[in-house]
Design a protein around this ligand. Structure first.
Ligand SMILES: Cc1cc2nc3c(=O)[nH]c(=O)nc-3n(C[C@H](O)[C@H](O)[C@H](O)COP(=O)(O)OP(=O)(O)OC[C@H]3O[C@@H](n4cnc5c(N)ncnc54)[C@H](O)[C@@H]3O)c2cc1C
Length: 460
C-alpha cells in the first residue's frame, strides 16, 4: 500500500462525489471541521456531473464544463482524493482507494457514506462494447456530439454510398428519459448541421430509437408517452417499440422483435448510443455491506445501512442510485425510491443531518419521505414534455419548465449562472454547430509536424 498525506482527525468518508456525495460534503464540511473531524470525499472524477444536462450537452446548448461542478472549488473544507474505492472493510473501518497512477492507499474512517451511484447496465450483445457509447458521463456526451458532427461532415464528401449511409445512420437503444432526451437533441443538431451543409439532404439521414417495451418514458402518463412517440415520428425519427438490439458486430445493427424474436431490421450505423438502463455501482458488492438482489445496498428510511435482519449497521450510510431506500409514500416500484436526482439530492440532505446528529449531536434522526414532483423532459430547442406537480405539459411550456427547474437545480449559483449565460448566448447568436475535431488524438498535428521536421533534417 502506498501512503499519501491524510488528515489524522476522525473521518467521515464519502464514496462518490455525485449528487449525494457533493451535497453531503457541502452540508457537513464546516460543521464537522468545527466539531474536530474531517470530511473526506473520494471520487475518480474531480467533479460532480449534472447528468440531467447531458442531453443538452449533446445538443450543444450547454458547454461540457458548465454541466459539471468542480469539487475543489466548491468543497474547500473537504479532504479530496481523486481515486476509486475498490473495497470497504467496515469491521476494520477502512476503505481501499485505487489512485490514478495505479497505486492503492488505505483510508481509515469513523463513518462512511456510500454514494457511488449507478453505472450503465448492458447485456451481452455481440459488438455492443466495441461499437456503442453510453450517456452517463460528461466525456460521453461531449464525445457523442463531436462524433455526430464529424460523421456528418465526413459523409458529405464520401463517394461510397454504403459508407455514407452508415455515417448518416444514428441509433439510440433505450426509451427511458435519457434515451428520449438524447435522441431528440441528436435529431435537432443533426437537422441543423445538415441544413448548413449543401452536400447533404435531410432525406439521407436515418435516426432510429429502439425500445424493448411497448411504451417509452415510464415516468410520464401513457397518453403523454404516446404523444411523444407521435412527436418524434413527426420529426422523422423511427421509433421501434417492442424491439431489441440483437447484435452490433462491426457496427452492423440487427434489430429483433421482442414478440416473436424475428429480425425486424438490419443496417450499419457509425453511431450507436446505449441508454437502456442502469445498475447499482459494483463497489456495493465489493464492500462488506449487504446488497439486495439488484446489487443495491440496503438502507433504512433514515439512510442508515441495514443488515438482513433490518438492524442498523453503526457508522454506515447510503443514499442515491447505489441504495435501496424505502419509499415511504408507497409510490415506488417494489416499495423503493426510483433512482433519480430528485430523490438523491433530497436523501443527501436528510442523510447529512442524521449523520451529524448521530455522531456529534442529540442523536435525533428523521426518516426520508418525498412525494414525487413529477418529471419534465427537454426534447430539443422549444420542445418538451412532462407532468411537473401533476400538470400535463407539452411543447415550449414543458421545455421552459425543464430549463427553469434544472437551471436552478444544478448545484451552486456559479454553475447556474454559467449555464444560463450559455443559453442567453444561444438565444442571441443561434445554435452552435461547431464540433471539435481530433480530441481523441490531440497530439496528431504535433506528431506530424515533429515527424516532418525529422524527415527534413534527414534529407538535408
Ligand atoms: C442522461 C441522464 C439524464 C438524467 N435526467 C434526470 C432528470 O431529468 N431528473 C432526475 O431526477 N434524474 C435524472 N437522471 C438520474 C440522476 O442523474 C441520478 O439519479 C443521480 O445522479 C444519482 O445520484 P448519485 O449521487 O446516487 O449518483 P451519481 O450522481 O451518479 O454520482 C456517483 C459518483 O460516484 C463516483 N464513483 C463511481 N464509482 C466510484 C468508486 N468506486 N469510488 C468512488 N467514487 C465512485 C462517480 O464518479 C460519481 O461522481 C438522469 C441520468 C442520466 C444518465
Amino acid at each position: 500500500m502506498a501512503h499519501i498525506k491524510l488528515s489524522e482527525k476522525p473521518r467521515i468518508l464519502i464514496v462518490g462525489g455525485g449528487y449525494v456525495g457533493l451535497t453531503v460534503a457541502q452540508q457537513l464540511q464546516k460543521k464537522v471541521k468545527a466539531a474536530g473531524g474531517v470530511v473526506t470525499l473520494v471520487d475518480p472524477l474531480p467533479y460532480m456531473t449534472y447528468q440531467p444536462f447531458l442531453p443538452e450537452v449533446v445538443g450543444g446548448h450547454i458547454e461540457p464544463r458548465h454541466a459539471v461542478v468542480p469539487h475543489r472549488k466548491h468543497l474547500r473544507q473537504t479532504e479530496i482524493i481523486n481515486g476509486k474505492v475498490t473495497s470497504v472493510d467496515h469491521e476494520a473501518k477502512t476503505a481501499v482507494v485505487g489512485l490514478d497512477e495505479g497505486e492503492s492507499i488505505e483510508v481509515p474512517y469513523q463513518d462512511i457514506v456510500m454514494a457511488a451511484g449507478a453505472t450503465t447496465r448492458t447485456f451481452p450483445i455481440e459488438g455492443l462494447a466495441e461499437n456503442g457509447i453510453g450517456l452517463k458521463t460528461i466525456e460521453e456526451a461531449a464525445s457523442l456530439r463531436n462524433h455526430i458532427l464529424e460523421r456528418l461532415e465526413a459523409a458529405s464528401t464520401m463517394t461510397d454510398e454504403a459508407a455514407k449511409s452508415r455515417a448518416l445512420s444514428f441509433a439510440v437503444v433505450g426509451g427511458g428519459f435519457a434515451g428520449i432526451e438524447c435522441i431528440a437533441e441528436m435529431e435537432d443538431i443533426i437537422r441543423a448541421a445538415v441544413d448548413a451543409n449543401p452536400r447533404l439532404a435531410q432525406s439521407d439521414v436515418r435516426i432510429v430509437l429502439v425500445e424493448a417495451m411497448g411504451r417509452i418514458m415510464p415516468e410520464v402518463s401513457e397518453d403523454q408517452a404516446e404523444g411523444v412517440v407521435e412527436h418524434l415520428r413527426g420529426r422523422g425519427i423511427e421509433v421501434l417499440l417492442n424491439t431489441s438490439l440483437g447484435s452490433a458486430v462491426d457496427g452492423e445493427l440487427t434489430l429483433i422483435s421482442m414478440q416473436d424474436k424475428s429480425e425486424v431490421d438490419k443496417f450499419a450505423a457509425d453511431t450507436l448510443v446505449w441508454t437502456a438502463g442502469v445498475a447499482a455501482n459494483a463497489v456495493a458488492r465489493s464492500s462488506s455491506f449487504p446488497v439486495d438482489e439488484r446489487g443495491r445496498i440496503t438502507s433504512s428510511a433514515t439512510l442508515q445501512i441495514i443488515n438482513e435482519d433490518g438492524d442498523v449497521i453503526e457508522g454506515a450510510w447510503a443514499a442515491g442510485d447505489i441504495a435501496a431506500v424505502p419509499d415511504l409514500t408507497g409510490a415506488g416500484p417494489g416499495g423503493f425510491c426510483v433512482p433519480n436526482a430528485q430523490h438523491a439530492s433530497r436523501q443527501a440532505k436528510v442523510l447529512a443531518k442524521n449523520l451529524f446528529s448521530t455522531r456529534y449531536g442529540s442523536g435525533e434522526i428523521a426518516e426520508y419521505k418525498h412525494e414525487s414532483l413529477g418529471a419534465v423532459a427537454g426534447l430539443g430547442l422549444y420542445k418538451g414534455v412532462g407532468n411537473p406537480m401533476g400538470l400535463k405539459l407539452a411543447g415550449p411550456l414543458a421545455w421552459l419548465a425543464h430549463r427553469g427547474y434544472h437551471g436552478m437545480a444544478i448545484p451552486t449559483v456559479e454553475r447556474t449562472a454559467r449555464v444560463a449565460g450559455g443559453w442567453v448566448g444561444e438565444l442571441i447568436f443561434g445554435r452552435d454547430i461547431t464540433g471539435l475535431r481530433d480530441l481523441e488524438n490531440p497530439r496528431g498535428a504535433f506528431v506530424e509536424a515533429a515527424g516532418g521536421g525529422k524527415k527534413k533534417e534527414a534529407s538535408s
